[in-house]
Design a protein around this ligand. Structure first.
Ligand code: GLN
Length: 341
């Protein structure tokens, strides 16, 4: 009996369908309607535990969708910049897998949903590892693997790869970095516990700097959607054509995003939206529709679990209207666009 190889090469994957202008107009209309439908929702509160984040304009609301053939659809404040916060975590995980390999990375962090808040101080009782790379503990463990000497070199390497995914140069918001460094005692506590259990090395402050700097990188909705579309497009940036991420690890990153990306809301998210996604306390959410598109949304008012209120509503709406749920019957390969028409 012939056994299929576990991973196809990008060359073997079927080509993504490009979108004709009529479908494009329809897409834009649905995005505009989604924006209009939720722009006046006023629930939630802007995060203030990192004081600098409290300065965000609660009214901001942006949406961007990028297809794997590089078409861009936007609505609202899609150009507004905000810090990526926890949305850096899947990309950092991807980079660690690329540089060190799966086996080594999994010695430092698990892939099990914790069902806990993003800042929970809880570790896998059997292994002592953080549950997964999407909670702060796991992300600090991953940051410790990505840090370099001098520390700025590790931060620059992260910025460079993320910039290639976004298709433009990205930079750190130094005020948010200082604000988070100044107040991040809970993350420092987590890091020292990780040192205590041998998950990270003694360069604790360097690991924390790598983590805080990653979280403080500025993006807009278009950047997020481009990064997501790069993941969706087997690691190739849809507009520049550059290979940014090693496709062999993307499925693992998406799987962890699917099961852990929205912390203690992850189960509901998988049920209702059904897409690998990641949220951040700045109010952004990005979602990946494998082989089809990337979605980036931003609105800084958060619910009790630290997820953007309007962001969740917008993603639910887009997933419903386009039939994007991973287990949607209409979502066969990359043919959902046909269904929409
Ligand atoms: N930098 C934030 C923190 O460590 C990230 C949290 C988040 O976006 N959920 O608290």
């Amino acid at each position: 009996m012939e056994i299929a190889r576990p991973s196809a090469t990008p060359e073997e994957a079927p080509a993504a369908r490009s979108i004709d202008p009529r479908t494009g107009e329809r897409l834009q209309r649905i995005i505009d309607q989604t924006y209009a439908r939720f722009k006046d929702v006023d629930d939630g509160a802007v995060a203030t535990y990192i004081p600098e984040l409290g300065k965000a304009n609660p009214k901001d609301f942006g949406i961007c969708l990028v297809t794997v053939d590089g078409q861009v659809f936007t609505a609202g404040d899609w150009e507004k910049e905000f810090t990526i916060q926890s949305m850096c975590k899947p990309f950092a995980f991807q980079m660690a897998l690329e540089r060190l390999g799966t086996e080594k990375v999994l010695r430092h962090v698990g892939v099990e949903p914790s069902g806990e808040a993003f800042n929970s101080i809880e570790f896998d009782p059997k292994s002592g590892r953080p549950f997964n790379p999407m909670v702060n503990a796991g992300a600090i463990a991953v940051a410790s693997l990505l840090k370099q000497r001098p520390v700025q070199a590790g931060v620059d390497a992260f910025l460079r790869q993320m910039g290639r995914a976004a298709g433009r140069e990205l930079r750190i918001d130094e005020s948010v970095l200082a604000s988070e460094t100044g107040t991040g005692n809970r993350n420092r506590a987590i890091a020292y516990m990780l040192l205590n259990s041998g998950v990270i090395d003694e360069e604790v402050l360097e690991s924390l700097h790598q983590y805080f700097a990653q979280c403080s990188m500025l993006v807009n909705c278009r950047d997020l959607a481009m990064m997501a579309a790069t993941m969706a497009n087997i690691g190739n940036q849809p507009r520049t054509g550059e290979t940014v991420f090693d496709f062999q690890h993307i499925k693992h990153v998406l799987a962890v995003m699917f099961s852990c990306g929205l912390y203690d809301y992850a189960g509901n998210w998988a049920f209702e939206v059904g897409l690998p996604a990641k949220s951040g306390v700045s109010g952004g959410i990005f979602a990946v529709v494998n082989r089809q598109l990337g979605i980036g949304v931003y609105s800084p008012k958060l619910d009790g679990q630290g997820n953007s209120v309007r962001g969740i509503l917008a993603c639910k709406e887009l997933a419903n209207r386009f039939g994007l749920h991973a287990f949607e019957f209409s979502n066969v390969g990359s043919s959902f666009m046909q269904w929409v028409l």
